[in-house]
Design a binder for this molecule. Structure first.
Ligand SMILES: [Zn+2]
Length: 213
């Protein structure tokens, strides 16, 4: 079942490695099939190199495994909570990408300093309170704190991005890490000021109207 989506989720999990957002087995991509409402997610503790579409796990919103022989990601309950309360979200990414996570460790939102982050995010990246892994606590923090941002820093842990599909969620995770790295490097050279809000709004608007094919 959901062969196409399993292939896509498998490939997008590998994209996390290619974009240097994950190490070893941490991090995961999931996607919801809009027709059935079922979710495809990475199996727990499997190396990214060893992922194949048939190793992806299909679960329902209640967390029951519908198809797959492996245990789903330890973050499954967090993903499911977000899917339950954010009906327009059909793709979620979680990583511990180091530059963005360094802001999460500090418990600071990531302001918009670059035209790219203005265009893609349109507002500063919020930060959650601390939450334990394994249950719904992280999902609750995401739903409570993310607002209409596609990304959130998870206090002392990592990042989550949400989108209309898994590919877009991966894109947000890539841009977030790139942004955090640039901001980190700029901060090393002294104080910097975020872009003014009207510049951010205009950049966000232009990008929405003009970017892509
Ligand atoms: Zn994590």
């Amino acid at each position: 079942m959901l062969e196409k989506l399993k292939k896509e989720v498998c490939e997008l999990n590998k994209q996390l490695v290619k974009n240097q957002l994950v190490m070893w087995t941490s991090g995961n991509v999931s996607a919801r099939d809009p027709q059935t409402g079922l979710i495809v997610i990475k199996p727990s503790g499997v190396l990214f190199d060893e992922l194949t579409p048939d190793k992806m796990v299909v679960v329902n919103l209640e967390g029951e495994v519908i198809e797959g022989t492996l245990k789903p990601s330890v973050d499954t309950a967090s993903h499911l909570y977000v899917y339950k309360y954010k009906k327009d979200v059909n793709g979620i990414v979680h990583t511990h990408s180091p530059y963005a996570t360094s802001f999460a460790v500090r418990g600071e939102p990531l302001p918009i300093y670059t035209t790219t982050s203005a265009a893609v995010f349109g507002k500063e990246i919020p930060v959650s309170d601390f939450a334990y892994i394994g249950e719904e606590e992280i999902g609750q923090q995401i739903v409570e704190k993310i607002g209409d941002s596609p990304a959130i820093l998870l206090r002392s842990h990592g990042i989550f991005t949400v989108a209309k599909d898994a590919l877009s969620a991966v894109k947000y995770a890539v841009v977030l890490e790139e942004t955090a790295q640039v901001v980190h490097l700029s901060l090393l050279r002294g104080n910097i000021k975020p872009l003014p809000s009207d510049v951010i709004e205009k950049g966000f608007d232009i990008y929405k109207k003009t970017y892509g094919q």
